[in-house]
Design a protein around this ligand. Structure first.
Ligand SMILES: [Zn+2]
Length: 482
């Protein structure tokens, strides 16, 4: 049996030496990277809060396609679109949605076409000249050279703390099903499952904290739901994705003493198994990607700065939430925000708001029970008129009325809040004060209410919506679009 394994390994080694189709990952971590990584993971582990709402995290991507000087050769943009869609599927569970920011940027240069060497001035030059801010830049090149000038590298990425907002992908590896995801994993802070270095030791097989050599929280990739795989590579995995390695874990469990087999997961995307075997990311890896997204990448990505910017889903905090938010978590939001409850926007802790960018709930920010926030992307659903403040803050003791979206083309919701039980009457008036529609007229409990309506039959223009309650009149402007 042992002989058989050895001959298989030799066969693979032969393939390795002769063929150019097995390529390597060029992303590597230095001891300095490791110290940052260890500190970041400790920070993440100490933070037990979760983002207040689950939203889609849009990741704008700019393709840079290297071709010959005459414009021939290079990756095909349509095929890359398919890859991005696949990537979005693969990371759908954490809400990552990758989209093409602009038309592809073609870099027609024979020098680059001949091969870009990782870590060379050529890498620096191409990034300096072409990388766009606010997006994940992916450079597709026909040849990626290692330190020896040999075309052996499938791709490489920059870790979140390294400052680079880019990935290089070898055209031959772009569509292998896992290289792109693997490098995106690095881009969002994932380490190789086998990771060891001068600062981070090798993981033991054991996954029980009771075992004396339990170390998966401090060794390897610092994740306990990825198996220890100190020797896993394309050299010891067969064509059917069976692991052929025979090295043993030297961890000796006390009673009875034993030596454990390594059983690395060849399907893990962040392993160095052959590309066709790698298909899975663990829950721990996905969590870590999200942590690095919120920690670093979110601020470097501007999905709204693209020609192909998406319309965001509405971001709505749960009605009735009465908890205090204790950590900085950023909700990617939109061009305008309205609140129907008292919120302090003037001094921290409060709400900071950046048009078209973020809604950020700072530590200590509290929502009053019944608060509701709605956020819409500029140019998509809800543009407040220019003369309105972006924040509509309604004093707690007064009735409140919010129209969303506004301007409106068809369906909309009127949110109204009553400080006490009583009669409420809501009407839509023309710009000259003529009653067009009575939306509500009756007895309502104290608190927040909503009425859905369809304004499709209204002519375009300006309207007023009034809320009458216990002798108080609240008026909002409403704009109907074509
Ligand atoms: Zn890698």
């Amino acid at each position: 049996m042992k002989k058989l394994i050895l001959s298989s390994a030799l066969l693979l080694m032969g393939l390795w030496a002769g063929a150019q189709n097995i390529k390597l990952c060029g992303t590597d971590a230095t001891p300095l990277d490791d110290s940052i990584y260890v500190a970041k993971v400790a920070e993440f582990n100490a933070d037990t809060t979760t983002p207040p709402v689950m939203v889609t995290h849009y990741i704008p991507v700019q393709y840079h396609i290297v071709r010959r000087s005459d414009g021939t050769g290079g990756a095909v943009a349509d095929a890359i679109d398919d890859l991005l869609a696949q990537l979005s599927d693969q990371l759908d569970t954490v809400g990552f949605n990758f989209f093409r920011c602009e038309d592809p940027n073609y870099i027609d240069a024979d020098d680059y076409f001949a091969g870009v060497q990782q870590g060379s001035t050529m890498e620096t030059d191409i990034v300096t000249d072409h990388a766009r801010t606010g997006v994940l830049n992916i450079f597709f090149v026909p040849s990626l050279l290692d330190d020896n000038g040999t075309d052996t590298i499938c791709g490489f990425a920059r870790f979140p703390w390294q400052g680079g907002n880019y990935i290089f992908i070898h055209n031959d590896c772009a569509a292998d099903g896992s290289t792109l995801l693997h490098q995106v994993g690095h881009y969002f802070g994932l380490y190789h499952t086998h990771h060891t270095s001068s600062r981070i030791e090798a993981e033991h097989v054991t996954r029980s904290e009771a075992d004396t050599c339990f170390n998966c929280l401090t060794a390897g990739d610092l994740l306990c739901d990825t198996e220890a795989d100190p020797g896993l590579s394309a050299l010891n995995v067969d064509a059917m994705c069976n692991y052929l390695g025979i090295s043993k874990d030297t961890c000796n469990l006390s009673s009875p003493p034993q030596i454990l087999d390594f059983t690395p997961d060849v399907t893990n995307v962040m392993s160095l198994a052959p590309a066709n075997c790698r298909k899975t990311l663990t829950a721990g890896q996905l969590d870590r990607m999200l942590d690095f997204y919120f920690d670093s990448r979110l601020m470097q990505l501007d999905p709204m700065g693209c020609t192909n910017s998406p319309c965001y889903d509405d971001v709505v905090l749960p009605i009735g939430m009465d908890t205090t938010i204790t950590a900085v978590k950023t909700i990617r939001a939109s061009g305008s925000i309205t609140s129907i409850e008292v919120i302090d926007v003037s001094t921290p802790p409060g709400v900071t708001y950046k048009a078209g960018g973020f809604v950020c709930l700072n530590p200590g920010f509290e929502t009053v029970k019944g608060s509701i926030f709605q956020a819409f992307i500029e140019g998509c659903t809800n543009l407040l008129p220019d003369d309105e403040p972006d924040f509509l803050v309604i004093p707690k003791e007064k009735p409140g009325l919010v129209i969303a979206p506004n301007p409106v083309s068809a369906e909309l919701t009127f949110w109204f809040k009553l400080p006490r039980e009583g009669r409420a009457r809501i009407q839509v008036l023309s710009s000259t004060g003529q009653v067009i529609q009575v939306l509500a007229d009756g007895l309502y409990q104290e608190g927040l209410h909503s009425i859905n309506w369809n304004a499709a039959s209204l002519r375009s223009g300006m309207y007023f919506v009034t809320l009458q309650h216990n002798g108080q009149l609240t008026v909002q402007k409403m704009v109907k679009l074509e």
